[in-house]
Design a binder for this molecule. Structure first.
Ligand code: SF4
Length: 314
């Protein structure tokens, strides 16, 4: 049995930046540091930060006066931002700049009186944050999750409508929804393709390639990680059995029986150390070799908030 290792995999620039923000704030101001929502959707990362003094909360009113608060990489609604501003808190924003870009787009449309349709998954914190760039300011915004939702939309003026997307969607499914939107609303405004980010796109491309050559694909990522779930689904759609695992403890040895090739990847919020632990476990069970696949070399780096200083250059 061999492991085929996807490339690229694991941390994206937005996750890397968000974790570094929590690290630096802990260093500068000491524990406890409050983080609204899991800073990134990964159990290992969140548990590690908890041990260092990060306290994860869901609402601003859970944070005591005078404390330090960080918004997660998924972004927050304007009313959450305002609630924090109205309190005696030191606030840092770990929203991924690619999510902020979508927020600004929504706010622009909203200000111009254009109705906005968001393609995304209900209940995901990024969707709540993006909807909250318009709804909390009195604009009109709609969420669609499927082509069927598009048919049910009621838009006041079809010549003044725009769409944006969640950043971590399935590229293939989103294309179908955008096509349906363009068919229903020929004048709809929107990004050239979608707002799906480079990291989501690259990891899906790598899995599409790998799934065609594997008997089983393991995706390292937590159950609440949107982009990791999309990787598992993509492999399954290609006819490759796939499992989402938090780490080596989740692998069942009987999954591997008589399989010559096991693919391995990691979602954008899963650290490489977990991939290494999975490889070590598979090797202990008799994996012969590890083949790293060729892939795009990602060089995206996002700067930290100015008050936290420059990033170390390597
Ligand atoms: S997955 Fe994309 S949008 Fe999300 S944090 Fe990473 S780079 Fe940003």
């Amino acid at each position: 049995m061999n492991i085929l290792l996807a490339n690229p995999r694991g941390f994206c620039a937005g996750v890397d930046r968000a974790i570094e923000i929590v690290d630096r704030v802990l260093e500068l101001y000491g524990a406890p540091v409050y983080v609204r929502h899991e800073v990134v959707h990964n159990r290992f990362v969140v548990d590690g930060l908890k041990r260092r003094g990060a306290v994860f909360v869901e609402e601003v009113d859970e944070v005591p006066d005078g404390a330090t608060l960080i918004f997660s990489a998924h972004g927050v609604a304007q009313e959450v931002r305002r609630a924090a501003e109205g309190r005696n808190l030191r606030v840092f924003d770990a929203t991924c700049p690619l999510v902020t870009k979508v927020h600004l787009e929504v706010a622009r449309h909203c200000k111009n009186g254009v109705e906005v349709i968001l393609i995304g998954h209900a209940g995901h914190p990024e969707v709540e944050g993006t909807m909250g760039q318009c709804l909390s300011d009195g604009g009109t915004m709609h969420l669609v999750e499927s082509v069927a939702d598009v048919a049910a939309l009621r838009i006041k003026d079809p010549s003044r409508v725009a769409y944006v997307t969640q950043t971590t969607l399935s590229v293939d499914d989103t294309r179908g929804i955008i096509d349906a939107l363009r068919e229903h609303f020929p004048e709809i405004q929107g990004p050239k393709k979608s707002d799906i980010c480079y990291a989501t796109q690259n990891r899906q491309d790598a899995v599409r390639d790998l799934a065609a050559r594997c008997d089983l694909l393991l995706v390292v990522g937590s159950a609440n990680s949107s982009n990791s779930n999309r990787l598992r689904e993509l492999a399954e759609k290609q006819g490759c059995t796939a499992y989402l695992i938090d780490g080596p403890e989740d692998i069942r040895q009987d999954w591997l029986t008589a399989l010559p090739r096991v693919g391995l990847t990691a979602g954008a919020s899963a650290p490489e150390v977990l991939v290494e632990q999975v490889i070590a476990q598979l090797q202990a069970w008799g994996v012969a070799g590890v083949e790293e696949q060729e892939g795009i070399r990602e060089q995206v780096v996002f700067p930290l908030p100015r008050e936290l200083g420059a990033r170390a250059t390597s």
